[in-house]
Design a protein around this ligand. Structure first.
Ligand code: GTP
Ligand code: MG
Length: 200
């Protein structure tokens, strides 16, 4: 898919103030600092579109980016950021869960996992929550440029194995790097396929 345009539309905490649900959208979720905003910029080929930071907790709102005037990429705040106050954390849970569970034009959630780490409970728990609710998702392993391919593949295998405890069928996965754009075309192709179906 060729990216012809990418524009910021709005930031929200209120699900009822989001853009009308008439275009397909794809959300990026995962632990704070896993690389959600960076991946959105790499996909859109637009540095600075989504704000990134070395400090976890940068993205605090639901951010909509309109791509090719036809579909949305959605950047979400991360989970598991220790410094976020407990009250904020439950607010996060409330509004993110409301978004995930009620957004009717949400086609797929990309769950980002740091490819450098062995399976983390917080990521497995989040996948299980999606599984329980029957929400489709794709696993996106990030920061592949930071270690050998063998190390990434070994962590991916461990994560998939851990998921098999709860899932009969493991969702597809893509290994990515926002630095090298590894896997970006794969993510965009997947989005393109779903967009075609949405158009029918
Ligand atoms: P929050 O908004 O805080 O939840 O974080 P986020 O998941 O949006 O992470 P963000 O994209 O801001 O990236 C966090 C840090 O990781 C930044 O310093 C990025 O430059 C770095 N980073 C993200 N993706 C990659 C990658 O693929 N390779 C490398 N080398 N660094 C990355
Ligand atoms: Mg972010």
């Amino acid at each position: 898919m060729v990216i012809k345009s990418a524009e910021f539309v709005c930031s929200n905490t209120k699900v009822d103030k989001l853009p009308p649900p008439v275009l397909p959208e794809y959300a990026f979720i995962g632990r704070s600092n896993v690389g959600k905003s960076s991946l959105i910029n790499a996909l859109a080929q637009h540095k600075g579109l989504a704000k990134t930071s070395q400090t976890p907790g940068k993205t605090q709102l639901i951010n909509h980016f309109l791509i090719n005037k036809d579909w949305y990429l959605v950047d979400l705040p991360g989970y598991g950021y220790a410094k976020t106050a407990k009250s904020n954390r439950s607010e996060w849970e409330k509004f993110i869960k409301k978004y995930i569970f009620s957004r009717e034009n949400l086609q797929c959630i990309f769950v980002l996992i740091d490819s450098r780490l062995p399976p983390q409970k917080i990521d497995l728990d989040f996948c299980c929550l999606l599984g329980e609710k029957g929400i489709p998702f794709v696993l996106v392993f990030t920061k592949a440029d930071k270690q050998s391919k063998a190390k990434s593949e070994s962590n991916i295998a461990l994560f998939r194995k851990a998921l098999l405890t709860w899932f009969e069928e493991i969702p597809p996965h893509i290994l990515t790097s926002s630095e090298t754009r590894l896997g970006c075309d794969e993510v965009l192709n997947l989005i393109d396929e779903v967009n075609q179906r949405f158009a029918i």
